[in-house]
Design a protein around this ligand. Structure first.
Ligand SMILES: CC(=O)[C@@H](O)[C@H](O)COP(=O)(O)O
Ligand SMILES: NCC(=O)COP(=O)(O)O
Length: 250
């Protein structure tokens, strides 16, 4: 089983949005990423559109449909009515639901599945009826009880929030401890029949330990570090480096 890499283009969009100009061009960079072997593209449209804009979604949908029909579009976000409508219109293969407050700078926690079970069950049902796989952003140490509630929503997968793991760069011992917690959570999720994705602050350096501990991760979505590396190495070479760090044969 190989760990699929989905390239999150939010950080590229944020750079573009500094000016009223159309570059860097998301469609072109998305194309380079997919040509270099990324399995898909991820966007996280936030209500203020400070990163990816709502109008970017049809462009990326068309790129995949026209040129990379095996690739997947993953749309992440809080399940507001606007977000659900964006998903209906753009038909992502996967929707990842995230408990973000609009004021948050970035995602920094997973769902409380027990408290939000009813909301999630309703939204997951609607998204799945529209044809999407649904993944739920989860705390790295989610309990069995919490994961049972996640499964009851009808979701297909969880996405492990790996921010604290990414935050301990330079401290290998702490990273190992967190990787172990993430591994145990992933095993609990798998024992319930849930697939496991992972994301947030993953890098070429920290991926191998995570994937070594959780070889059954289905997909990682990566944006911030991948965009930073692309400034140094170019997008195509960066995607190859991240694929290698995921354990993919090149
Ligand atoms: C859901 C998640 O893990 C986030 O990492 C997210 O997709 C990144 O969002 P921003 O790029 O908007 O910070
Ligand atoms: N789901 C996580 C994601 O898409 C990207 O997170 P990051 O690499 O930008 O931290």
């Amino acid at each position: 089983m190989t760990v699929a890499l989905s390239v999150n283009v939010n950080a590229i969009a944020m750079l573009r949005n500094r000016r009223d100009l159309p570059w860097p061009d998301l469609r072109e960079l998305g194309r380079i990423a997919l040509q270099a072997g990324a399995a898909g593209l991820t966007v996280h449209p936030r209500p203020d559109q400070r990163h990816v804009r709502f109008c970017d979604l049809p462009v990326l949908r068309a790129l995949i449909d026209d040129e990379f029909p095996q690739a997947e579009f993953n749309v992440e976000g809080y399940p507001s009515d606007d977000f659900i409508e964006l998903c209906r219109v753009n038909q992502p293969e996967q929707v990842t639901l995230v408990p973000d407050d609009p004021r948050q700078a970035t995602s920094d926690h997973g769902w409380d599945f027990i408290t939000h079970r009813a909301l999630l069950k309703d939204v997951v049902g609607r998204l799945k009826a529209g044809g999407a796989r649904v993944s739920l952003f989860a705390e790295g140490d989610a309990s069995l009880e919490a994961l049972e509630a996640a499964r009851e929503t009808g979701a297909d997968r969880i996405e492990l929030y790996t921010g604290p793991y990414g935050g301990c760069y330079g401290d290998a011992e702490k990273a190992r401890r967190i990787a172990e917690d993430l591994g145990q959570t992933a095993e609990r999720a798998r024992s319930l029949g849930l697939g496991v994705n992972a994301g947030h602050d993953l890098t070429v350096e920290n991926l191998p330990m995570l994937v070594g501990r959780i070889p059954f991760i289905a997909e990682v979505s990566i944006g911030h570090a991948l965009t930073a590396d692309a400034l140094v190495h170019g997008m195509a070479e960066t995607v190859r480096r991240f694929r290698k760090a995921c354990g993919q044969p090149l």
